[in-house]
Ligand binder design. Structure first.
Ligand SMILES: *[C@@H]1O[C@H](CO)[C@@H](O)[C@H](O)[C@H]1NC(C)=O
Ligand SMILES: *[C@@H]1O[C@H](CO)[C@@H](O)[C@H](O)[C@H]1NC(C)=O
Ligand SMILES: *[C@@H]1O[C@H](CO)[C@@H](O)[C@H](O)[C@H]1NC(C)=O
Ligand SMILES: *[C@@H]1O[C@H](CO)[C@@H](O)[C@H](O)[C@H]1NC(C)=O
Ligand SMILES: *[C@@H]1O[C@H](CO)[C@@H](O)[C@H](O)[C@H]1NC(C)=O
Ligand SMILES: *[C@@H]1O[C@H](CO)[C@@H](O)[C@H](O)[C@H]1NC(C)=O
Length: 457
C-alpha cells in the first residue's frame, strides 16, 4: 500500500514534469521512510485491544456514581462520591463507571489512580462534569490539574458527556489578560498521565482553566471523535497537548480554542492525526520546544486531512533559541486553510516571553519536514515562513503541491537558513529555500548521500 502510493506519487511527478529521465528518484529511501508513517484507516486493526461497552454490555458491571451519593445538581460537591465509585469500578472486573446523562456533577481537583485497577474498565460519561469556578479557592496541591487519571491500562472513556473547566475567572487572572498579574500555570481540565492502551471516544471538553486535554508520559492512546471548545481569546487553552507520549492517534476531532488546537512537545513520537478540524485557535503545532536551554526530541508526526479556519497559525513548528535535540520526520498533508494568518511556519526564534529572547548558537535541529497538498487562503503576506537558526539550519524541507492565496494581495515565502526542495505546484514560490540538490537520508547511520536533481520551486 505504501509502496503503491509512493509509485503513484512518483508517476504523478513524472507526469507533471515529463522529464523523468532528468530526475533521480533514488531518494526514495527518505521519502519511503516518511511514507511509512501513513495512517491506518479507521477499520484497520487497532494498535491495541480496546474494551468495548456495547458489544459485551450484558457481562458488564455498572457502577453508577449516583449509587455512591453523587447529587448532580451542579452545586453539591460530588468529589467524594466519584472517588468511592472509582475505587469500586477499579476493583471490579468488567466494570462500567457511569456518569448518567442530564445532570451536572461538581468536582474539585482530583486524581484518579489506576495502578491497581482491573483492566478493561469503561468510563461512560454522559452527564456534565463541572469544575468550581473560583481560582482563589483552588487546592494549591493540585495547581496544574483538575481531573487527572494516571497509570491506567486498557481503559475506554466514552459518551456524549461534557467536561467543563469553568475557566473564565482563570482567564481573567492570566498575565496574558491582565499584565499586572504574575504569570503562573493553571490547571488542565483532563489529564491522562503515565498510562497505556487508553481510548477516548466522543466526549466534549470545554472551557478549561488552561490546557483542555493533556496526554502525558503515555503510550498507545487513541482519541476519536472528541470535541474541544474554548473561546478564541481564552489564554493558553490548548486543545489537545501531547507530551512524552508515543503511539498516539487523534482522529475526527473538532477543536476550537484560544491556543494551539493540538500541541506536540518533547519526548513524543509516532503521533498520527487524521481528519482534524481546527478553529479558532493557534493552529496545529509541534512545540514549543527547547525553552530554557532544554533538550527536546520529537519524531514521526503525521497529520493527514485537516481543515483550519481563521486560526493565527496553520501548520507550525516552534522552538526557542538555546535549545537542543531535534524534530525529525514530520508530514503534514491534505490540509485546507481558510483565512489563516501563518499557514505554514517553522519558527526557530519562538519567544513567548515578556522580555526579548537573545539569539544563541544552540537550537533544536529541524529536519525532514514534508508539506504536501496544502491549499487555501492566508491572511498574511508571508504564506510560508521558514525562520531557521543561522547556526542550526532547518534541512530537508519538502514541499509538494502548495497553493496558498491571499484574497486581497500577493503572497510570498520567507526563508532564513532553510534548506529544502519542492515538487509540483508551489505557490507562493519557495526559491528562497536553498537546495543543495542533495537530500540527506533519514537515518543518520546511513552515510550514503543521494543526489537529486534540482527542480524549480
Ligand atoms: C488586574 O489585576 C489587578 C491585580 O490582581 C487588579 O487589581 C485589577 O483590577 C485587574 N485589572 C483588570 C482590568 O481587571
Ligand atoms: C524530554 O523527553 C525525554 C523523553 O521522554 C525525557 O527523558 C526528558 O526528561 C524530557 N526533557 C524535558 C526538558 O522535559
Ligand atoms: C542558556 O544558555 C545560554 C548560553 O550558554 C546562557 O547565557 C543562558 O543564561 C542560559 N539560559 C538558561 C535559562 O539557563
Ligand atoms: C488535497 O487535500 C484536500 C483537502 O484535504 C483534499 O480534499 C484532496 O482530495 C487532496 N488531494 C489529493 C490529490 O490528495
Ligand atoms: C536572530 O537571528 C535572526 C536570523 O539571523 C535575525 O533575523 C534576528 O533579528 C536575530 N534576533 C536577535 C534578537 O538578535
Ligand atoms: C541537524 O540535523 C541534520 C540532519 O540530521 C544534520 O545533517 C546536521 O548536521 C544537524 N545540525 C547540527 C548543527 O547539528
Amino acid at each position: 500500500m505504501d509502496k503503491l502510493f509512493m509509485l503513484s506519487f512518483l508517476a504523478l511527478l513524472i507526469a507533471a514534469y515529463g522529464v523523468a529521465g532528468n530526475m533521480v528518484y533514488d531518494n526514495m529511501g527518505m521519502l519511503g521512510k516518511l511514507e511509512c508513517l501513513d495512517m491506518e484507516e479507521e477499520n484497520d486493526v487497532d494498535v491495541f485491544e480496546i474494551p468495548s461497552w456495547t458489544s459485551e454490555r450484558g457481562s458488564k458491571v455498572l457502577v453508577n456514581v449516583e449509587s455512591f451519593g453523587a447529587v448532580g445538581d451542579g452545586v453539591s460537591d460530588d468529589t467524594q462520591a466519584f472517588l468511592k465509585a472509582w475505587d469500586t469500578a477499579c476493583s471490579t472486573p468488567k466494570s462500567v463507571l457511569l456518569v448518567p446523562p442530564g445532570r451536572r456533577y461538581l468536582l474539585s481537583a482530583t486524581k484518579f489512580q489506576g495502578e491497581q485497577c482491573e483492566s478493561d474498565m469503561v468510563i461512560q460519561i454522559d452527564g456534565t462534569l463541572v469544575a468550581p469556578d473560583e481560582p482563589k479557592k483552588w487546592d494549591p496541591k493540585f495547581s496544574r490539574i483538575w481531573l487527572e487519571f494516571s497509570q491506567l491500562k486498557g481503559v475506554l472513556f466514552q459518551g456524549n458527556g461534557v467536561i467543563d473547566g469553568s475557566g473564565s475567572k482563570w482567564w481573567a487572572a492570566s498575565c496574558k489578560k491582565n499584565k499586572s498579574n504574575p504569570c503562573k500555570g493553571a490547571p488542565s481540565a483532563l489529564t491522562i498521565d503515565s498510562s497505556r492502551a487508553v481510548k477516548v471516544k466522543g466526549i466534549t471538553i470545554q472551557n478549561s482553566q488552561q490546557m483542555n486535554f493533556v496526554i502525558s508520559r503515555s503510550d498507545s492512546v487513541r482519541i476519536y471523535g472528541v470535541q474541544v471548545t474554548a473561546p478564541g481569546d481564552s489564554p493558553n487553552t490548548d486543545g489537545i497537548h501531547i507530551t512524552q507520549s508515543t503511539n498516539v492517534v487523534l482522529q475526527d476531532c473538532k477543536i476550537g480554542t484560544g491556543d494551539d488546537c493540538v500541541s506536540i512537545v518533547n519526548g513524543s513520537s509516532n503521533i498520527k492525526m487524521k481528519r482534524i478540524y481546527c478553529g479558532p485557535g493557534h493552529g496545529i503545532s509541534i512545540g514549543s520546544l527547547g525553552k530554557d536551554n532544554s533538550t527536546a526530541l520529537v519524531t514521526k508526526v503525521v497529520l493527514d486531512t485537516a481543515y483550519l479556519r481563521e486560526t493565527t497559525n496553520g501548520l507550525r513548528i516552534k522552538t526557542w533559541q538555546g535549545g537542543s535535540g531535534y524534530v525529525r520526520g514530520v508530514r503534514f498533508q491534505n490540509v485546507r486553510m481558510e483565512d489563516v494568518s501563518n499557514p505554514i511556519i517553522i519558527d526557530q526564534f519562538y519567544c513567548d516571553s515578556p522580555t526579548t529572547c537573545q539569539n544563541q548558537t544552540s537550537a533544536v535541529n529541524i529536519t525532514q519536514i514534508v508539506f504536501r497538498n496544502i491549499s487555501g487562503t492566508t491572511k498574511s503576506e508571508k504564506a510560508m515562513k521558514f525562520a531557521c537558526s543561522d547556526t542550526v539550519p532547518c534541512s530537508n524541507i519538502i514541499l509538494s503541491n502548495i497553493n496558498l492565496e491571499k484574497k486581497d494581495g500577493t503572497v510570498e515565502t520567507y526563508c532564513n537558513s532553510a534548506q529544502g526542495i519542492g515538487y509540483g505546484t508551489i505557490h507562493p514560490s519557495a526559491d528562497c529555500l536553498n537546495s543543495h540538490d542533495k537530500i540527506y537520508l533519514a537515518d543518520p547511520a546511513e552515510t550514503r548521500i543521494e543526489d537529486i536533481v534540482h527542480t524549480e520551486l
